[in-house]
Design a protein around this ligand. Structure first.
Ligand code: C5P
Ligand code: MG
Length: 168
């Protein structure tokens, strides 16, 4: 590939990375990618504490250097109290779609770190929920579950990478 073509190709894709973590506390819901997981403990958060959707929204914003969700939805602002994480992702997706080069999300890759409960049986549900939220097919939503091997038994964490391409 000539250097001109290489430059054009490298400008037509963008990657974004986001992360989130919450402490697990008794009596809070555990929501992963919009899916409620039966668990005695859930995320200690002022929102629904959905680490996967928060990391996804940050990844989308990061791909276009648009700051982070704390900036767009300050926790101190009562307007955003109880705001569904799906609405945060939809907002972030709308922002990247309305960039000058009209970005389109191609795929996403997520790693959820949680010791208990086991999530493997819910992978398809989480994939389906996230895919439907962002308009991807399930084959473009990679979901990896990991334990912390006991190093962080009281936390739930998510890391998400997104790949976008320009459509203009
Ligand atoms: O972290 P580790 O490598 O031990 O994870 C092994 C397996 O456990 C993986 O296949 C993963 O899908 C599964 N797992 C799970 N639920 C979790 C954490 C890991 O089903 N909360
Ligand atoms: Mg391992």
């Amino acid at each position: 590939m000539g250097s001109e073509k290489l430059a054009a190709a490298s400008l037509s894709h963008r990657v974004g990375h986001g992360q989130d973590a919450h402490a697990l506390v008794v009596g809070e819901p555990l929501v992963i990618g919009g899916v409620l997981i039966p668990s005695p403990r859930g995320a200690d958060a002022h929102s629904d504490g959905d680490v996967l959707l928060h990391a996804l929204a940050d990844a989308l914003l990061s791909a276009y250097a648009l700051g982070d969700i704390g900036q767009h939805f300050p926790p101190s602002d009562p307007t955003f109290k109880g705001l569904a994480s799906s609405a945060i992702v939809e907002h972030a997706l709308q922002l990247v779609k309305s960039t000058d080069d009209a970005a389109q999300l191609l795929n996403l890759s997520a790693v959820i770190t949680l010791d208990t409960p086991k999530l493997g049986g819910r992978r398809a549900d989480v994939q389906a929920a996230v895919a439907s939220l962002v308009g991807l097919d399930q084959g473009s939503v990679g979901i990896t579950f990991k334990t912390s091997e006991g190093l962080a038994p009281d936390h739930v964490q998510a890391s998400v990478i997104v790949l976008l391409r320009t459509t203009l």
